[in-house]
Design a protein around this ligand. Structure first.
Ligand code: NHR
Ligand code: GAR
Length: 227
C-alpha cells in the first residue's frame, strides 16, 4: 500500500481525477493527505468530503521560500508519503525540498515540455502559432519544469481558440494522463535512468486527443490554409 500526498493551490481538478481513479480502479494506494498553500483552495472541500486529511501551509506566513519549504516538508512527511504529487501547485520549490523528494515527486505541467516552461503556457503556445499543444507529467527536479518525462498528451490548437478554450481542452487530457502516470508509479513500473523514464511493461506514454469538441470550422479553415 503506497501513501500519496497531493499538493494543490486552487481548483484541484487534477487531484480530484487522481482521487477518483484511485478509488474506482482500487489502486494499492491511499491518498494520505491533500495539502494546499492557500487556505481558500477550492479543492480542499472535495478532499474533505471524501474523508481525506487536509492541511494548509500558507506561504504568506513565512519570511522566505526556504522557511515555507521546511514547514511544507514537515507537514508532508507527517503522512509518510511514498509519492508527492503536485497538482496545480503554484509555488516554485527550493533545491533542498526537491532533493528531499528526489525520484518520488511528480508534477503536471500544461505544455508539451520542453516547450513553454513557466506560467501562462496556453497564451505562450497561441503567441508562438503552435498547431499542437498539451500537457506533460514529469518527475520534479530543481530545474523548473525540466524533470524526466513520464507521459505527454497533445491536443490540436483551433483557429478560434483563446487561452481559456485551449486550457480547457488540455485540462481534459490532464485528467486522463495524470491518474495513469500516478498509477504506473504505484505499480512500481517506472524507472529513472539518467534523465529518462522507462515504463515496464511498456505501453504508450502519450495520448493524442482529437475531435474532443465539435469544432468543424477549425478543420475547414485548416484545409483552406493549405496547412
Ligand atoms: N519546483 C521545482 N523546483 N521544479 C519544478 O519543476 C516545479 C517546482 C514547483 C512547481 C509546477 C510548475 C508548473 O507546472 C512546479 C514545478 C509555479 C511557478 C511559478 O512561477 C512556475 C512553475 C510551476 C509552478 N510560481 C510563482 C512563484 O513565485 C507564483 C505564481 C502564483 O502564485 O500564482 O513561485 O507550471
Ligand atoms: C492545470 O492545468 C495544471 O496543469 C496547471 O494548473 C492547472 C491546475 O488545475 N498547473 C500549473 O500551471 C502549474 N504551474 P487544477 O487545480 O484544476 O488541477
Amino acid at each position: 500500500m503506497k501513501n500519496l500526498v497531493i499538493l494543490i493551490s486552487g481548483r484541484g481538478s487534477n487531484m480530484e481525477a487522481i482521487v477518483r481513479a484511485c478509488a474506482h480502479e482500487a489502486w494499492p494506494a491511499k491518498i494520505a493527505a491533500v495539502i494546499a498553500n492557500r487556505p481558500d483552495a477550492a479543492g480542499l472541500a472535495f478532499a474533505a468530503s471524501r474523508g481525506i486529511a487536509t492541511a494548509v501551509v500558507d506561504h504568506r506566513q513565512f519570511p522566505d521560500r526556504a522557511a515555507f519549504d521546511a514547514a511544507l516538508a514537515q507537514t508532508i512527511d507527517g503522512y509518510q508519503p511514498d509519492l508527492v504529487i503536485l497538482a496545480g501547485f503554484m509555488r516554485v520549490l527550493t533545491e533542498g525540498f526537491v532533493d528531499h523528494y528526489s525520484g518520488r515527486m511528480l508534477n503536471i505541467h500544461p505544455s508539451l515540455l520542453p516547450s513553454f516552461p513557466g506560467l501562462k503556457t496556453h497564451q505562450q503556445a497561441l503567441d508562438a502559432g503552435c498547431r499542437v499543444h498539451g500537457a506533460t507529467v514529469h518527475f520534479v527536479t530543481s530545474k523548473l519544469d525540466h524533470g524526466p518525462i513520464v507521459a505527454q498528451a497533445a491536443v490540436p490548437v483551433r483557429a478560434s481558440d483563446d487561452a481559456a478554450a485551449l486550457a480547457a481542452r488540455v485540462l481534459g487530457t490532464e485528467h486522463v494522463i495524470y491518474p495513469r502516470a500516478v498509477r504506473w508509479f504505484v505499480e512500481e513500473r517506472l524507472a529513472l535512468d539518467g534523465g529518462n523514464v522507462t515504463l515496464t511493461p511498456p505501453e504508450p506514454q502519450w495520448l493524442f486527443l482529437d475531435h474532443t469538441d465539435n469544432d468543424t470550422s477549425a478543420n475547414a479553415q485548416t484545409a483552406g490554409e493549405g496547412a
